[in-house]
Write a protein that binds this ligand. Structure first.
Ligand SMILES: *[C@@H]1O[C@H](CO)[C@@H](O)[C@H](O)[C@H]1NC(C)=O
Ligand SMILES: *[C@@H]1O[C@H](CO)[C@@H](O)[C@H](O)[C@H]1NC(C)=O
Ligand SMILES: *[C@@H]1O[C@H](CO)[C@@H](O)[C@H](O)[C@H]1NC(C)=O
Length: 417
């Protein structure tokens, strides 16, 4: 019957088409050797994510749309560190810090409490942690090696060129404009601090630009500051960052185990969207400190002028920073992959020695080995390329007094926007 035959033919055609499609699909897959590999990689990524992301007690949101998991204090990533398996840390830990003793009355109300949307932040006993996504891990692979800008006398044993002795060398792609403590091997610093003006330099994919406080001894380095870093954050917002390097281990924020978060309010990658300075207009600055616990040698991160105790790097993860730091540095850093023009730094303009116009680090202090705060008024400045970025460290007229400032920044190789 004609109808049945038509039906049969239609069936036949559908089957043929399906087979044809299957054939193309299969041969397509067969031709893509790397497709299969990336499937494996994907499984690997999923496995990593499972290890990295700890269960959330609650999920909270900031006013700026960032979402954080509230992770139980004892389950945080830091405790994956082999040297932190056995610890007696607890959520109410308080450091012994001279900076805080002197200001014991300072308010403990965190200015960051205002960053949470109306359901509030994380409950006590938990810490806010950004959930890591597959996208984060993929971007992380494109992250450049950390900047090992340092004194080659201390670090670069493979280099026997005595001409370079004591000189500063920036690693490839990095440019800095900084002020630092005089290079003396007998320096014994128990901490350092600064208030840094917050800007949002224009940064493209693969580049980053920021401001930081950096303390160092030997191969151990601690940093805190702000940065615009699409590779790290997946956006071009100005965000807080911390970075630590303990021997060969290094990472930002808590992407690898090391930093123990204590404060339930203060996310380590918070956005400074509400605090961006306008060059020549209103200037905002963020205050940050890294101080050594006088009792046990842990290195604490303190934020804001009320010394919010965000958390600490335990002494035992270090080999050199088990004791005091020998170098402290304040200022700007910018990075582009090789061949890509350098991004702007600081306020994106060369400093003109006016705090309303320049990227700056002010209120720069160090702590001596007894924990006494010393106002810094003498530093050594360094810039890798004065035609891109400049730096001055000197007293300027600010709020009706002369105050010591590190003023840094510049357009890089980017035209002014
Ligand atoms: C510190 O706090 C105590 C108790 O609240 C109060 O009596 C004292 O006046 C405060 N001191 C200063 C300097 O504010
Ligand atoms: C050390 O210096 C010598 C003489 O200048 C040179 O021949 C040699 O290649 C250098 N070694 C390294 C590791 O740089
Ligand atoms: C810095 O700039 C501001 C704003 O233009 C101006 O009011 C101030 O006088 C300047 N300060 C100095 C020391 O020139």
């Amino acid at each position: 019957m004609p109808i049945k035959r038509n039906e049969f033919r239609m069936h036949q055609r559908i089957v043929q088409q399906t087979l044809l499609m299957l054939y193309f699909l299969l041969s397509y897959n067969g031709a893509q050797g790397d497709e299969k590999l990336s499937k494996l990689e994907e499984v690997e990524l999923e496995k990593q994510l499972k290890l990295l992301n700890k269960p959330a007690v609650k999920t909270v949101k900031t006013k700026y749309g960032d979402i954080y998991d509230c992770v139980d204090f004892y389950k945080q990533r830091a405790f994956d560190h082999p040297l932190l398996k056995d610890h007696n840390f607890y959520p109410k830990m308080k450091p012994t810090l001279s900076r805080i003793k002197k200001n014991s009355n300072s308010s403990t109300v965190s200015s960051s409490s205002t960053i949470w949307s109306k359901d509030g932040g994380c409950p006590f006993g938990t810490v806010p942690v950004k959930r890591i996504t597959k996208d984060n891990l993929i971007r992380q692979r494109r992250m450049p090696q950390p900047e090992d800008v340092t004194f080659d006398t201390q670090f670069d044993v493979s280099n026997n060129n005595s001409e370079l002795k004591g000189r500063y060398i920036s690693s490839q792609g990095y440019k800095i404009a900084i002020a630092r403590t005089p290079n003396e091997p007998n320096n014994r610093f128990a901490g350092a601090g600064m208030a840094t003006s917050v800007y949002n330099p224009h940064v493209k994919d693969g580049q980053h630009s920021g401001s930081r406080l950096k303390i160092q001894k030997g191969s151990d380095i601690l940093q805190v500051g702000w940065r615009v870093d699409p590779t790290l954050y997946g956006d071009t917002k100005t965000r807080l960052f911390i970075h630590f390097q303990a021997g060969k281990t290094h990472c930002f924020n808590t992407l690898c185990p090391g930093f123990v978060q204590v404060d339930s309010e203060f996310p380590l990658d918070r956005s400074y969207q509400n605090m961006l300075s306008q060059r020549g207009g209103k200037t905002w600055d963020a205050t940050m400190y890294i101080d050594r616990d006088l009792a046990n040698g842990n290195w604490w991160l303190l934020m804001t002028r009320s010394f919010n105790q965000v958390g600490f790097w335990p002494q035992r993860i270090f080999t050199d920073l088990t004791s005091f730091a020998t170098n402290v540095e304040w200022g700007g850093v910018a990075y582009s992959p090789p061949g890509v023009p350098k991004p702007p730094m600081g306020s994106s303009f060369f400093p003109i020695k006016n705090s309303s116009y320049d990227g700056y680090c002010s209120e720069i202090t160090i702590l001596n080995e007894k924990g006494k705060t010393i106002k810094v008024d003498e530093t050594i400045t360094h810039t890798d390329n004065p035609s891109m970025y400049q730096v001055f460290a000197e007293p300027i007229w600010h709020n009706s007094e002369w105050r010591y400032f590190v003023l840094y920044g510049g357009p890089g190789e980017s035209p002014h926007v």
